[in-house]
Design a binder for this molecule. Structure first.
Ligand SMILES: [Ca+2]
Length: 427
């Protein structure tokens, strides 16, 4: 399990944090990062333990875990807790984010264009990493784009402080202690400095948003300077992402999956219940253009699962082992689908063809900024235009939806955008 930083909108403003995202009523362990206005508010969490005593008690565990006594003392002597991370850990979203809203913000034209620029800019290193690890350039860049928006959003929490606090408070102390000690081992080895170790509230950091233990296990030095640096070296970060996918079982030359048409009596299997691709073919499942699912490197015995992430009336996908390799990055199907679809777009393939089961589709980040601008023009105090739909934007949308006689969902969908856009043009 890991925590990473994604850029999507949530109701409660949080900064570089992770939260449980509810997709169609199912909590996904997908993480989110929303930049906000209320990050300076002091934490209201009341600790149940004495932090300094806890840190002192952990010293022997750290030493047993390979942290030297001098390293532990050096990095804990001035360590103070930040209880706001416990609030992030305990955060429960009240607003359900539909999958189409989630994907429309993560896989939008802006991210495709920026990804294509990155492919051009880093073509040599991407080609080398792709050749060495057997993972397509576009998949590597798609992970980068979804994890940290190509290194633009990687988190601001000092890792030792966040992980030290999570080691002494809250419900996953044992897990976070392992990450706290791993952070110290990274410092002890000299790969990174304490200043560089800033990340999400849960400790994911750098271009790849690896947790410290994942970093130790899978980071590689690809620029040859002798250090594994996923904070400042794009080369190291891209190769480490490719290494992650390879170690996660990526099969070179195979697809992650593709969108399909399936007869209405064919039920989705779920990701983990793969059956022979030939069986899906015999049940009448085809590619979107009607052609056979078995083509290229795929055979009738290739294990495949049928996903219908928005139910029987939404888009359906056949997915293979490589989808699981992407899934391993963040343990959420919505997240894996975002990376898979972004990688397709970066390869010049179309996005999803079937419609989502909604009459009010989601908006891109550019459209969300446009909507926020329209809300500001109507006098709503929603803070900055940042494309992140937080509490204030959502409340303003509800007010406008009420005025227009729409259902008051607070969603930044196409319906409210089009209505406010049309009104603005009439002015
Ligand atoms: Ca390096």
């Amino acid at each position: 399990m890991r925590y990473s930083t994604l850029l999507i909108a949530l109701p409660i403003c949080i900064s570089q944090a992770h939260a449980e995202l509810v997709i169609n009523g199912q909590p996904a362990s997908t993480s989110t990062a929303v930049t906000t206005s209320n990050t300076s508010n002091p934490s209201s969490y009341s600790p149940s333990n004495n932090f300094n005593q806890c840190i002192a008690n952990l010293r022997s565990n750290a030493i047993a875990a390979g942290v030297s006594a001098s390293t532990y003392d050096r990095y804990t002597q001035n360590l103070t807790p930040d209880y706001s991370v416990i609030e992030k850990l305990n955060y429960q979203p009240e607003f359900k984010t539909d999958l189409w809203d989630y994907l429309s913000g993560l896989v939008d034209d802006e991210r495709v264009q920026e990804g294509q620029q990155k492919i051009t800019q880093y073509r040599d290193v991407l080609n080398r990493a792709s050749a060495q690890y057997g993972v397509p350039v576009e998949t590597i860049v798609a992970v980068w784009g979804v994890e940290s928006n190509f290194g633009n959003i990687s988190g601001k929490y000092p890792l030792l402080q966040a992980l030290g606090t999570l080691s002494c408070e809250g419900r996953r102390q044992s897990y976070f202690r392992g990450e706290f000690f791993a952070t110290m081992r990274i410092l002890q080895r000299g790969d990174l400095t304490e200043d560089q170790l800033k990340g999400s509230w849960a400790g994911a950091f750098g271009h790849t948003q690896f947790m410290p233990s994942t970093y130790e296990r899978l980071a590689v030095d690809f620029d040859g300077d002798g250090r594994r640096d996923l904070v400042s070296s794009v080369s190291d970060a891209l190769a480490s992402t490719a290494n992650f996918l390879k170690r996660g079982g990526w099969q070179t030359g195979m697809p992650w999956g593709f969108e399909v048409q399936a007869p209405s009596n064919v039920m989705a299997s779920g990701r983990t219940n793969k059956i022979a691709l030939g069986t899906w073919a015999s049940r009448g499942v085809t590619r979107m253009d009607g052609s056979a699912v078995i083509q290229g490197n795929l055979s009738s015995s290739t294990p495949a699962a049928l996903l219908a992430p928005a139910g029987a009336n939404g888009p359906k996908f056949l997915v293979f082992k490589n989808f699981d390799a992407i899934y391993g990055y963040n343990a959420a199907e919505s997240y894996a689908l975002a990376i898979a679809l972004l990688s397709d777009r970066l390869q010049g393939k179309p996005g999803i063809i079937a419609s989502w089961p909604t009459d009010d589709p989601g908006t891109s980040r550019a459209e969300r900024r446009e909507l926020q601008t329209l809300l500001l023009q109507r006098g709503h105090d929603i803070g900055d235009v940042d494309g992140l739909i937080g509490d204030k934007s959502r409340e303003a949308i509800r007010v406008e939806q009420q005025r227009l006689g729409f259902a008051q969902t607070g969603r930044a969908g196409q319906q409210i955008l089009r209505a406010l856009r049309a009104e603005q043009l009439m002015k």
